[in-house]
Every structure is written in structure tokens, then in C-alpha cells.
Design a protein around this ligand. Sequence first.
Ligand code: AMP
Ligand code: MG
Length: 486
Amino acid sequence: MWNLENTYANLNSGLYARQAPTAVPEPHWVVTNPALADSLGLDPAALQSEELLAICAGNALPPGSLPLAQAYAGHQFGNFTILGDGRAVLLGEQRTPSGERIDIQLKGSGPTPFSRRGDGRATLSAMLREFIISEALYGLGIATTRSLAVIATGETVYRQQAEPGAIVVRTAASHVRVGTFEYAIRQGGAERVRELADYCIDRHYPECQQADNRYLALLDAVIQRQARLIAQWMQVGFIHGVMNTDNMSLCGESIDFGPCAFMDEYAANTVFSSIDQQGRYAFSNQPAIGQWNLARFAESLLPLLAEEQATAISLAQEALGAYVDYYQQAWLQGMGHKLGLSEATEADRPLIEDWLTLLEQHKADFTNSFRALAGDAASLAELPPQPLFNQPAFSQWQQRWQVRLAEQTLDQAEVTALMQAHNPQVIARNHQVEQALQAARQFGDLQPCEQLLNHLRKPFSSSPGTAKYCLPPKPAERVRETFCGT
Ligand code: AMP
Ligand code: MG
């Protein structure tokens, strides 16, 4: 069942602190993820056992675990800070039946040497939110950390108000972040960065081993994955909310779901996070912030890129310049698929952008409008009508779109299939997430969470009850801000 290794613990001890989780008084299961357990090689039935509960709560260690808190730094809203896992411990890396190496981390597991003023704990709503959002992204086919379980701890944690405490058991291809490199260069210079870069190449980018300049190849590969990831977020209306460099994973998974949200009405400048007063992490800024963060990564790698600093800088700049092309290409292809185009080209950009402009002008629901174009009127019949579709401007756009569709070789059925495979019906709508969290927090009622999760796990298809999860918020239900609520 457990098959833990501890390769991170073999790295220089400056990169982490040995730290066991702190026991909690009365753990119990809140939500579990049997499918994920299965893919990890853990027995899904164990997600009801006292033995696994004790491990997930931090009251016992699994065999082979060498628990540690990782050190890292980060640019938070543009300002550099030394951080580290202040309330998380890595239990180890599970070797899965398919040969993957997956980090098992407890988040909310108590203080660590990196906790600064924090209590090391987490609230039930924040950990449930992480569980829900990560399952939603996973269901949409977007790379993400995942959640094996949320455990209530039996403790009260104090935030704006007293809240039940919880732990999320998070899995990730690894927890190395851009901020880990920023930390390494300051803590141990070029030697430490080399060690970390070699580790990441072995673990995540083995194809870079053959390159003439393996660190430049690593930089380029990380840039490619991030460009693709952020393009995918933009295609489902996902706003991460806190794209600090410590929340950007080296392996290209979405990570750290605080005040993140999916957009209902399309508005490019949408910001949800209550702590993002300047709109730094607004929806439309995400691609540029991605590049800014990658520039911080490139800076940390400079001593490895070339002996001469000037050469290293020019190599880094060139690599960073390619980000825009990777991003634009991924965005164009993805948006093309959403509009039924098998191969979108630069010439299609105005068609796509004009559609987005129409959505914005008519305050149309992002997800439902795309899905309506994909032509399944049946599941949309129960939704409020969208004024957009009665506009002459829409008819004009639709004609251009039809002309473009007719230019390709796909027939109508193939276009519909392509569109339905790339336009979800169900996203984790903020008002529904909040309602589910509230039921859990106030009444201990997990049913709304479970039901929501069931639909988020198959977002492209209808099943009984799907229509409810396609409903945009009524004005009174609208959630305008999400709080970090850690
Ligand atoms: P986040 O905003 O969750 O990405 O966290 C940023 C940093 O603050 C990380 O180093 C966290 O470990 C730390 N942190 C957040 N909440 C707490 C807490 N309750 N106790 C200790 N550290 C925390
Ligand atoms: Mg973080």
C-alpha cells in the first residue's frame, strides 16, 4: 500500500527542515477521493479506516516517511519574501503502480520553523475549497495538484471568526516552486541552484538531460508548460487569484487555491481576491504575470546558463521572449477548439477576439455562451435567456463564424463533437462553491459538496441534475470577493 521514497530529503539540508506533523485531538473524515487513492496504489477502502485517518491527520506517520517542511522564497504581489512551508509537511513521495513519483503533503498540519506568526493550521472551508477547485481543474483536464482527503481536526482555528480546523492531504508531481529556486540561489548560490535544477530535470524534465545546455533546456521547458497551463486557465475562465512566485509550480501544475474562482459573466478585468486591491492578478493579467514570474525563475538560473553573465542574460531573455509565442499558440489552438476549429491560425484571432468582445459587451456568461454555440440546447433550456443571442451584432459574428467553419474539412457532427469536448457545461461556480462550503461549515452537511463534486468530475457531459450546476448566480447570490481565509 504505502511505497514512500524521500528523494527530497537527500538534497542539501538547507532546502528544508525536518518537521513532523503536530497531532490533532479528534480527527474525522470530511471528504475523500477514492479514485485518487486507487491511482496512488492506496486501497480506496482504507479511506474509511482509523489507521489511514491517523496518518492523514498527522497523528501517525506512514511507513517510510521522513517528514519535512520545504524552504522557499517568493515574490508576493511583487515583493520578495523568505517563506517556506509554514503549515505543511511533506510526508514523502509515493511510488505509484504506474511508476510515477507523487508528493504526499499534509497542509494545515501544524507549525514549522517557517511559520513566522502563523498558527500552522487551516480552516475547514479553505481546505474544502482547495479540494473542490483542484477536482474541478482535474476534471477539466488541466494539470493540477490534487486532494486525497480533507480531515476535520476537532480544533478551532481563529481567523476573522472562529472556524473548524482541517487538514488537506495534497498530492503533487512535486512541490518545487519558482520560489524554491529564488530561495536556493540566495541560500547556497550557484551550487545549490544546480542541485535543485538537476533534481527537477531528473524528476520532471528528463528530456533536458540530452541537451547541450541542459539548464537552458530546463528554462525553456518550464516556460512551455507554464504558457500552456495559463492558456488553459484562460479558456475556462479560471482566475488563480494569488499568482505569487511561490505559488507557481516548477512542474507546471496549478497549485495553492486560495481566493481563486471561475468567472461567470465574462469581464477581462475580473478580480475576485479580497487581498488583490490593485488587480495585479486580474483575469486578463494572468498571461503577463506568468512571464514576470518566469523571469524570476530565469534570474535564479543565470549562473548555470553561461559562464559570462552577459551571455547568460541574453540566453534568458531569448527564452523568456518565446513565452509569448508558446502562450499565443496554445491560446489560439484552445480557443479554436472551443469554436469548432480544428486548426486555428493567426488569421482567426479577430474572430475569436470579437466573440469575446461580444460576451463582455452583453455581460454574457462565459461558460454557457460557449456551450450554447456548441449547440446542445437541451441542457441549456432551463437556463435564463442570454440577451447576447438576440443581438444583430451576434448574427453578424455568427455568419463570419459559419463561413470560417465551412472552410475546414470537418462536417457538422465533427464540429459539434470538438466543441462539446472543449466547452464544459459545469465549472466550479463561486456561488455554488460558497453554498456548499457554508452547508459544511454551519451544519456539517457534506451532501452539497459531494453533489457538486460529482458534476465537476465529468464537466463535459450531462447527467441528471446537471442543469442546476449550469445556473449563473442570481444577483443576490453573486460572490464578488473571495477571501484568502487561510
Ligand atoms: P499561501 O498564501 O497559502 O500561499 O501561503 C503563503 C505563506 O504563508 C506560506 O509560507 C504558508 O506556509 C504561510 N502561511 C499561510 N497561512 C499560514 C498559517 N496559518 N500558519 C503558518 N503559516 C501560514
Ligand atoms: Mg502558497
